[in-house]
Design a protein around this ligand. Structure first.
Ligand code: AHR
Length: 501
């Protein structure tokens, strides 16, 4: 069956917040240390301690926002240990992740510097689980107060005269679990209390994010919205795509069956149901959609690579991960009026990474390439799309074979992202642009695909999976026909030649 698609170029459904393309970097395994921070004296080329290869790769994908320092680490992190001369900083144990020594060499100043180098917004997660209200309040004062105060003075002593701009601040992480094992009623009260002292200094206006539900814990959303919606700007949601049925059997990142391929796609699509249901509850308390749904942890979670520290969560990344990323973005776009930010877990060397490193070597994963191809949707207008797609069936279950999203940028160019999740069958797609008065003059695209489900990049073959020009396109008037190979992600650009909507 053909897949038919109508793109209503004159029907705008909302704005795709660029922060949907956000990232998350935790003090976990080799994400911060080695993956990002190598220190100024490292033989690995670096700028002020940040490795240059990773920095340049991240600049290319236009990271809009970066969440730090955790994750579970955030609720054990005491920020004062991570400022001042590095040689004097406290050495502690990272109890949650691998029991390794944390020397606190990457702290507030280093993180803010990284964000400035990337040109992205910082998103800091504060400690509710084991930290005090005073500690959280002083952190915000340290970073953002422009005047005479104990914390602003200390910041200046530590080498930073001007305050930083800080918009996004999370009041705890996973407070139903590693962030304190709380009940929602209790956390809602704590949230109200802690956020009171997260102050706006001068012109700096903080967007406060409350710790939200895990997966389908709708009761948590209900209680938080009922009791605390008026004190928050955002509510977080965490959902990981795990093909296995149990945490102990998540499945291998590279050695998996066709059934696991199908389950991974199906479970990725579950994100749509979760957003819909949590949004419905949010709509009840916040019909104006003032409070953003902040999906600040998402992505695949597989078994760690053999021989690596189980607490480091290091996994490879295949064309399957690329499809997971593409599906998630198309889903986030569709919910762009409620979903204001999403942060993939995690940037380097942890879970569904953009980048893997080994000493001085670095590679870009298939997921990285999807972020690169999709960046054209950042801050664009989502367009209405009607689809009639074929199904991808496996063992009596079915999901749509193709996922599609389209947006219009500020120059009125149209971008269409397409995922064929079927691991065996091509997808023939006929697209019609409605409301586009000109004939399609210029169309170009990129595609990422592979012949094997397990195709991935290695340090020996870093370019085994990388995008190529998408040639299988035919244009007639306002219609485009595309043939997508199995297991592929494509992004097309239809250039504006005089359209003015
Ligand atoms: O991303 C890894 C961990 O997953 C985070 O630290 C935690 O918030 C979540 O459970």
């Amino acid at each position: 069956m053909k897949n038919t698609v109508y793109i209503n170029t004159d029907i705008r459904k909302g704005k795709i917040n660029k922060n949907i393309y956000g990232h998350f970097s935790e003090h976990l395994g080799r994400c911060i240390y080695e993956g990002i921070w190598v220190g100024e004296d490292s033989p690995i080329p670096n700028e002020n301690g940040i490795r240059t290869d990773v920095l340049n790769a991240l600049k290319q994908i236009q990271v809009p926002v970066l969440r730090w320092p955790g994750g579970c680490f955030a609720d054990e992190y005491h920020w004062k240990d991570g400022v001042g001369p590095r040689e004097d900083r406290k050495r502690m144990v990272n109890t949650h992740w691998g029991g390794v020594v944390e020397n606190n060499h990457f702290g507030t100043h280093e993180f803010m510097m990284l964000c400035e180098m990337l040109g992205c917004e910082p998103y800091i997660c504060g400690n509710v689980g084991s930290g005090t209200v005073q500690e959280m309040s002083e952190w915000v004062e340290y970073m953002t107060f422009d005047g005479e105060s104990p914390m602003a003075g200390w910041r200046q002593e530590n080498g930073r005269k001007d305050p930083w701009n800080l918009t996004y601040f999370g009041v705890g992480n996973e407070n139903w679990g590693c962030g304190g094992n709380m009940r929602p009623e209790y956390y809602a009260d704590l949230y109200r209390r802690y956020q009171t002292y997260v102050r706006n200094y001068g012109d700096n206006k903080i967007y406060k994010i409350a710790g939200g539900p895990n997966v389908d814990n709708y009761h948590w959303t209900e209680v938080l919205m009922k009791e605390a919606a008026r004190y928050m700007d955002g509510l977080s949601l965490h959902y990981y795509t795990i093909p296995g049925d149990f945490w102990e059997e998540k499945g291998s990142a590279t050695d998996f069956s066709e059934d696991e391929w199908f389950t991974t796609m199906k479970k990725s699509l579950h994100m749509d149901t979760l957003i819909t249901k949590h949004s419905t509850i949010m709509d009840k308390y916040d019909p104006e959609q003032r409070v953003g749904l902040i999906i600040d942890e998402w992505g695949t979670w597989f078994d760690v690579e053999e021989g690596t520290n189980p607490g480091f969560l290091y996994q490879q990344n295949t064309i399957r991960d690329a499809l997971v990323a593409g599906l998630h973005f198309n889903i986030f776009h569709n919910h762009c009026n409620r979903v204001q930010m999403a942060n993939i877990a995690q940037t380097v060397n942890v879970l569904q990474s953009m980048i893997l490193t080994e000493g001085e070597k670095m590679l870009l994963t298939p997921t990285y390439h999807v972020f690169d191809m999709y960046k054209v949707h950042q801050d664009a207008d989502l367009l209405s799309v009607e689809t009639n797609t074929d199904t991808f069936a496996n063992d009596g279950e079915k999901i749509p074979q193709v996922s599609i999203s389209a947006s219009r940028d500020s120059d009125n160019n149209i971008h269409i992202s397409l995922c064929n999740v079927d691991n065996k069958r091509e997808a023939e797609i006929e697209m019609e642009l409605r409301g586009w008065s000109k004939e399609i003059a210029e169309i170009a695209g990129k595609i990422l695909y592979a012949d094997e489900m397990s195709a991935h990049n290695t340090f020996e073959q870093p370019n085994a999976v990388q995008p190529t020009m998408f040639e299988n396109l035919t244009v007639q008037g306002n219609k485009v026909k595309a043939e997508l190979p199995p297991m592929s992600v494509a992004v097309l650009k239809i250039e504006n030649r005089g359209e003015s909507q």
